[in-house]
Design a protein around this ligand. Structure first.
Ligand code: GAR
Length: 202
């Protein structure tokens, strides 16, 4: 059966990548296949998760490139060489320019650990998002999967899931709850949804 080829972009622990791999194995993602994992950090544990599942990996370091353009050119070449249909940013801590995102209109999705438009945009990533949510005092937060365009966290929303903030939460506790109750569920679901539409459009 024809499947959409997925590249997952990572920078860290890769629990969202793991959720995608598990969803693929369970048949939740049935119209796509993760064929490449690209990291912008050499030591990202996500790379080990990929290798354990025999998924090809690549590392592209921003500091080894003369410019953002060169960094994005390298990413683009890898995607073209591997005939990638869909790019999933799963904890990828680098902002991509419009020059890059324009080449993949509606073909790049990202998971963000809040309910956009709250606590998003430049500077809001990882634990900082949960620190900001607790500092503000919101009682509900969550996660969002959205298309990626030239505006950080500004592309069209695909899926969201709310998560309660509880008395005594620390940023770490809240981050874990948001991952377990929202991110690891909606990222695979949204990935399947987009893969299905890609396959359907062929
Ligand atoms: C996740 O919480 C993800 O939503 C967040 O980083 C974490 C990565 O964890 N992404 C962002 O903040 C992007 N703005 P993981 O490597 O274990 O998937």
């Amino acid at each position: 059966m024809l499947k959409a080829k997925i590249a997952v972009l990572v920078s860290g622990g890769g629990t969202n990548l793991q959720a995608l791999i598990d969803a693929q194995n369970k048949g939740i993602i049935k119209d796509g296949e993760i064929t490449l994992v690209i990291s912008n950090r050499k030591d990202a544990y996500a790379l080990e998760r990929a290798s354990k599942h025999n998924i090809d990996t690549a590392v592209v370091l921003r500091k080894e490139c003369k410019s953002q353009e060169e960094f994005e050119d390298k990413l683009h070449s890898l995607l073209v060489e591997n005939r990638i249909d869909l790019v999933v940013m799963a904890g990828f801590m680098s902002i991509l320019s419009g020059n890059f995102t324009d080449k993949y209109k509606n073909r790049i999705i990202n998971i963000h650990p809040s309910l956009i438009p709250s606590f998003c945009g430049k500077g809001f990533y990882g634990l900082h998002v949960h620190e900001a949510a607790l500092e503000y005092g919101v009682k509900v937060t969550g996660a969002t999967v959205h298309f990626v365009n030239e505006i950080p966290d500004g592309g069209r929303i695909i899926m969201q899931k709310a998560v309660a903030v509880e008395e005594g939460d620390t940023p770490e506790i809240l981050q874990k709850r948001v991952m377990e109750e929202a991110e690891w569920i909606i990222l695979p679901q949204a990935t399947q949804k987009i893969c299905k539409s890609i396959i359907g459009g062929r």
